[in-house]
Design a protein around this ligand. Structure first.
Ligand code: FES
Length: 63
């Protein structure tokens, strides 16, 4: 599913880039994109929070 329409970035791509990222800007840099309209930024911030909340066991289970 597309999360960032402006850059045609899907949830899986953004979620992978959010793992270990410290900011929304870092996620976009990892995707080689730049935020444009900003509508997706709260969703990307949530992905960073979710990635931080995952325990090592949860990370292994997700692979
Ligand atoms: S939807 Fe992501 S910057 Fe517009």
């Amino acid at each position: 599913m597309y999360v960032c329409i402006c850059n045609a970035l899907k949830d899986r791509q953004l979620s992978a880039a959010a793992d270990g990222a410290k900011s929304v800007g870092e996620v976009f840099r990892r995707c080689e994109a730049r935020p444009q309209c900003g509508k997706c930024l709260p969703d990307v911030a949530k992905m960073i929070e979710d990635a931080r909340a995952q325990t090592p066991a949860m990370r292994l289970a997700a692979q």
